[in-house]
Ligand binder design. Structure first.
Ligand code: NAP
Length: 350
């Protein structure tokens, strides 16, 4: 009998979306405590683009498959696995490897998702909603009545953050780069204002909330945007930094552009935070995975709110989970056209 294999979309070399390849790769047996998950849908994240371009820090040796989150069903169960059976539906958080038809992973990385959710919706939830959750409730410790600014409010994490903040009773302002996104963020998600990310958004926001009128700024852009967020922070305001999108404005790696974004991002000495009474913190969801006791109840609560209609994962488009689909999805994100999430979906199984 030939050894089992699966199909995966791989990064073999760094570059634009066309470097992605599709290959049959060996599929190992689950070891004790592991399961094999048959993937039905995979969430696409901005970090996948950074990985492909060679701008992401913590990656395995190439070739490897990107993909931090998948939804599917358990296909095989290793020994010493309690609570999971073949056929169970689950989402999983991964360090990489989700652009594949099957993944083998520790059962501890699985989360149940409600029957009523389609895999495409379930796969759109974990990274975006947990990142926004951790930023708002764990890092910034937001309180009802505070004012939050969400950069990239029309993106995956952004649309989740606006909704979570509104649901918690915050006044929310955002930025987004297209009229389609800005209208959606205000009219559908309940932000008070969504300023043009490519325009004079700092002035627009200050005109509305006054000087230093932002309690919490969620910043995934970096560069000059971080300096603007810092200026807008109210006394006892908190800036949560969780991405440097500004480092990659195009679909190829540019060390020069990445360096400019890096250098434009303010260096903050703790002493600089005293007089203005502001705080800065960073979050990285992947490096929080060990804190399962925090993430598991958060995700359960998020799924519950989605079922109750209080939160809506905004899935803009899905593409097939194959090389062409992954390339098209990456290009779509590079062009900043996505309103919310983009998901890769298996079309070869029903
Ligand atoms: N630290 C963590 O744990 C964590 C977890 C998830 C995501 N992130 C980070 O959060 C950010 C958003 O991720 P996402 O998956 O939600 O991505 P996304 O859906 O593509 O949203 C990113 C948004 O950022 C804006 N943006 C600003 N500069 C950009 C650029 N140079 N290229 C592309 N978009 C740019 C775009 O909005 P406009 O065009 O409308 O301005 C876009 O809607 C990324 O920086 C990502 O690395 C961090």
């Amino acid at each position: 009998m030939s050894a089992p294999t699966t199909t995966a979309i791989l990064i073999e070399r760094h570059g634009p979306p066309a470097v992605l390849v599709e290959r049959r790769v060996p599929l190992r047996d689950p070891t004790p405590g592991e399961v094999q998950l048959r993937v039905r849908a995979t969430g696409v994240n901005f970090a996948d683009l950074l990985m492909r371009a060679g701008l992401y820090g913590t990656v395995p040796p190439r070739p490897y498959s990107p993909g931090f989150e998948v939804a599917g069903e358990v296909a095989r169960v290793g020994t010493d696995v309690a609570g999971w059976r073949e056929g169970d539906r689950a989402v999983a958080l991964l360090r990489h490897g989700g652009y594949a038809h099957d993944v083998v992973l520790p059962a501890a990385q699985l989360f149940r998702y409600p029957e009523r959710l389609a895999p495409v919706t379930a796969a759109a939830i974990p990274v975006d909603f947990l990142t926004a959750w951790v930023a708002l409730f764990e890092a910034a410790r937001v309180r009802p009545g505070e004012t939050a600014l969400v950069l990239g409010a029309g993106g995956g994490v952004g649309t989740a953050a606006v909704q979570l903040a509104r649901r918690h009773g915050l006044r929310v302002l955002g930025t987004a780069g297209t009229a389609r996104k800005r209208t959606f963020v205000v009219e559908q998600l309940g932000a008070e204002l969504c300023a043009d990310a490519r325009g004079a958004w700092e002035r627009e926001i200050e005109a509305l909330v006054g000087a230093r009128g932002i309690d919490v700024a969620l910043d995934s852009v970096g560069g000059r945007a971080t300096a603007a967020c810092r200026r807008l922070l109210a006394p006892l305001g908190r800036l949560v930094f969780y991405g440097l999108s500004d480092a990659m404005p195009g679909s190829r790696r540019s060390w020069l552009r990445a360096a400019v974004a890096w250098l434009r991002t303010p260096r903050l000495h703790p002493a600089d935070l005293i007089q203005p009474n502001v705080g800065v913190c960073g979050i990285h969801l992947l490096h929080l995975r060990a804190r399962e006791p925090l993430l598991r109840p958060a995700l359960e609560s998020i799924f519950g709110a989605v079922l109750a209609g209080e939160l809506t994962p905004v899935v803009d488009r899905d593409f097939p989970l194959n090389r062409d689909g992954a390339m098209a999805a990456h290009r779509y994100l590079h062009e900043r056209r996505n309103l919310g999430k983009v998901v890769l979906v298996r079309e070869d199984i029903t």
